[in-house]
Ligand binder design. Structure first.
Ligand code: NAD
Length: 479
């Protein structure tokens, strides 16, 4: 496939049913992390812009909630068809502003389309239920209604997919939505939103960029917003949860992970390494479900470290638009410094690094395996959110499960074995929201995705993800 070229421009905001330039005094530069080149400047939402977004979403909700589910589904499906037509352009924008290889950007666009398509279909299956009545001539029903206007705050690592999860669920359920996209990656999300918006009544879907704290305060404090959904870091999630609690708003939080991988001695080692190297270094490791802590049976630990280390060192890094690139840069100079610092602190405590190579310019962090990691090393508790894996041997499965659970996060986990006993033990006792056994598929549109412990609460995708945008009403009718 030939590499497309696009003219990169920061988008305006989608406000009040129109694309308008943000009126904030401050603007933000957007950079290409592979080169450091300044791509454009992003106009941000002012306080007045945010008030317009709130008034618009209020009005649009009154209309959209009454649109029949079949029509909501049809409109969303037409938006998805547009999104699929524009994949090449959107994927190229994503690679330019975020850094991931173009093949990954195309896959992300396809995944975003799948997510919205699944939610669109699910709109037609929002059932209530009938409860057997206690009295003659009476009915007891459970009814479902859209919760109301939604504020969605989504991050820069998978800007399309993580916005699509929120947009698809909210719109399918009959809610209007104001999305704050990540300021680091504005153009790809705006291009996706444009495809959907062309099939929607004005104001149902709005997109803003701004000073994050100003946007979240304005939206969460407003009585118009009834539901908040956030994907990002634990400290910001805690802060937003506090604000949502103060205003008694429902909130879904997806706050990252530090996924354990348990590799038993009977696992197919080469297959495990092939799958996990690919999964670890996808998006330069900037994925909340990325496998990070590898607990490997001592009998096969040496072979595992050798094979994983060799595959790590063989990875080819470069700009995402180069078809030969297997791993791109991390998203920003700030993230580059943070990941390198975590590696350095862990090596200083005795972890043994096996390091790949990286270009000298741009925001690259070489893919790194840290072997024989001492239990106090910071990489075992701090989320690297970068191309870093760590490996430790274990002697018993109980010890591996205990070590895997000794971490504040609980999003995804992985297990490689054919032992039924091990599968039962790990699926019962590993503290995670999703577990893949002999594979890596922990996130699909039709299944719930969410964490436990510091990884947050609530689920996106699946029927649970739809439920997050619905209120329940019990009606008891006596004739
Ligand atoms: P950060 O805490 O600085 O920001 C995280 C996100 O929250 C950004 O999109 C930012 O714009 C937004 N944000 C910050 N303050 C906010 C506020 N007051 N109101 C609303 N939004 C606000 O983290 P970062 O350095 O950009 O990213 C690195 C960390 O974030 C990682 O360690 C990882 O844990 C987490 N993260 C997780 C995911 C995920 O998929 N769960 C995605 C991106 C980042």
């Amino acid at each position: 496939m030939s590499t497309p070229t696009v003219d990169y421009r920061c988008p305006p905001l989608l406000l009040g049913g129109e694309w308008r330039t943000g009126r904030h005094a401050q603007r933000l530069a957007v950079h290409n992390p592979a080169t450091g080149e300044r791509l454009d400047e992003l106009a941000l939402a002012s306080a007045d812009d945010l008030q317009l977004a709130l008034q618009t979403t209020h009005k649009a909700f009154d209309h959209w909630r009454q649109v029949p589910a079949h029509e909501r589904c049809a409109r969303l499906e037409r938006g998805v068809a547009r999104l699929r037509e524009h994949t090449e352009r959107i994927a190229t924008l994503l690679t330019l502003e975020q850094g991931k290889p173009l093949a990954e950007a195309r896959a992300e666009c396809a995944m975003a389309a799948d997510l919205i398509k699944w939610y669109a279909e699910e709109a037609r299956r929002v059932y209530g239920r009938v409860i057997p009545a206690r009295l003659p001539n009476s009915r007891m029903d459970v009814l479902k209604f859209p919760v109301g206007p939604v504020a969605a705050l989504s991050p820069w690592n998978f800007p399309l997919v993580l916005s699509a999860r929120k947009i698809g669920g909210a719109l399918a359920a009959g809610c209007s939505i104001v999305v704050k996209g990540a300021e680091e990656t504005p153009a790809s999300v705006a291009a996706m939103v444009d495809c959907l918006n062309q099939e929607l009544p004005p104001g149902v879907l709005q997109l803003v960029y701004g000073v994050p704290s100003e946007v979240s305060e304005a939206l969460i404090r407003s009585p118009i917003i009834r539901k908040v959904t956030f994907t990002g870091s634990v400290p910001v999630g805690r802060h937003l949860a506090g604000m949502a609690a103060q205003h008694l708003k429902r909130i879904t939080l997806e706050l990252g992970g530090h996924a354990p991988v348990i590799v038993c001695r009977d696992a197919d080692l080469q297959r495990t390494v092939n799958l996990m190297v690919q999964h670890k270094f996808r998006n330069a490791g900037q994925a909340c479900l990325a496998p990070t802590r590898f607990f490997v049976d001592r009998q096969v630990y040496g072979d595992f470290v050798d094979a994983f280390g060799a595959a790590t060192q063989a990875l080819r890094l470069g700009a995402g638009l180069d078809p030969a690139t297997q791993m791109g840069p991390v998203a920003s100079a700030r993230r580059q410094a943070a990941v390198q610092d975590l590696i350095d602190r862990s090596v200083a405590m005795g972890a043994r690094p096996v390091v790949g190579s990286a270009p000298a310019t741009g925001c690259f962090v070489p893919p790194t395996l840290l072997a024989d990691v001492p239990s106090a090393a910071p990489v075992l508790t701090e989320e690297p959110f970068g191309p870093v894996a760590c490996a430790l041997p274990f002697d018993t499965l109980d010890e591996a499960i205990g070590a895997a659970n000794a971490n504040p996060y609980g999003l995804a986990g992985y297990l490689f074995t054919d032992s039924a006993k091990a599968i039962l033990a790990v699926s019962e006792r590993l503290e995670v929201g999703s577990l893949a056994i002999n594979g890596m598929g922990v996130s699909v549109p039709e299944a719930p995705f969410g964490g436990v412990k510091d990884s947050g609460y609530g689920s996106e995708s699946g029927t649970e993800g739809m439920e997050a945008f619905l209120d329940t009403k019990f009606t008891h009718f006596v004739a």
